[in-house]
Design a protein around this ligand. Sequence first.
Ligand SMILES: C[S@@+](CC[C@H](N)C(=O)[O-])C[C@H]1O[C@@H](n2cnc3c(N)ncnc32)[C@H](O)[C@@H]1O
Length: 401
Amino acid sequence: MRLHRNLCFATVDGLLLIFNEGKYADKVVQSLLKRDKRWGSRDRGFVAETTYDIVRWKRLYAEIAEVKEPFSRDDVWRMFAVWATLKGIKLPDWKYFEGTPTRKIKGRFDELSKIRKIKQSIPDWLDELGVKELGEEKWSKEIESLNQQAEVILRVNTLKTTKEKLKAELFDLDIETTEDKNYPDALILKERGNVFTTDAFKNGLFEVQDASSQLVAPFLNIQPGMRVVDTCAGAGGKTLHLASIMENKGQIIALDIYDHKLKELKRRAKRNGAHNIEPRHIESTKVIKKLYDKADAVLIDAPCSGLGVLRRNPDAKWKLQPEFLDRIRATQEEILSTYSRMVKSGGQLVYATCSILPSENQEQVNKFLKDNEEFTLVKDKKVLSYESGFDGFYMALLKRK
Ligand SMILES: C[S@@+](CC[C@H](N)C(=O)[O-])C[C@H]1O[C@@H](n2cnc3c(N)ncnc32)[C@H](O)[C@@H]1O
């Protein structure tokens, strides 16, 4: 691979914004990609993937390069040189790379790789927490898996097409996909690519959604015609899946505390041809109380640490704080206890997170079941990334007597 000056400059500019100014990696990458209209898909891919890679390996690369935060521009170039060296990319004779100690970089990599928190490039507290919650062996495997780059996975919108038809339509555009029998609506891209510019996407034939996330809506066991409440709907990834399963029959009430997310959901629902979704902004507790005992099924896709989706969101490793985790666990407990009251007698509830921590998952459910005897656990599923090959997730199906 040959390094191109303007692409490397863009990457370094982006990294400075992410590392020193706390900007979100996805937003920074989005704006970097608009920088030069002449960039082709390979150039854009380089900028996006290199930025994410260096964010993912920030601690490891900083230790190898012997630089400390806040990083100067030269420091970031040194981290860039570490990235290129470890990838086996030949460094051009630019002044930023003068005197790069290629051999020393490889030696330091081997030496530092013996320490998990540095090898896996995570803060000390996160390594301690992972061990406490999952044990040494599972945590080592899980964090290694969470540091892999995520595949691009589509969920076929069965309201508009079938998997076979969509697969053929994408194939005609040179987008090859594979299937996995455990995820009936998923198509996995063989090569990363921007699928958002295709007509198939614009016409609502699919959404981009990780395979593990695609397990949640079917877990709720719903039928067309039911009344379902999606209590933490956000921009509607799972709401849209619920709508497809329900074949547009029945009612889905989509709640969230952020109206702007529900507005995005509305736009996506229109594109998907999903007509049975009613977004309701939670402005006060009245919105919730009105729904007590009214739902056949309730989905609580709870706010969480997001530790199961680090593949997609590597900068969360640096943004998360232990105090946030304490607050989010309290919110989860509160949400589970309040929103479960929307389930009518004989109805069902799914509590789900994209976390791999038992303290956000089964421990929350166990605590809830202890205090709410009218609910029983039907089943739960702990999806670890190293076992599934996809994001880490948790889901529990409860039934109200
Ligand atoms: C894991 S995200 C949901 C993702 C979404 N279900 C999807 O599949 O795309 C959690 C959502 O909970 C919302 N949220 C946070 N606190 C809430 C609360 N007290 N009540 C309802 N929603 C809340 C957040 O705004 C966020 O959209």
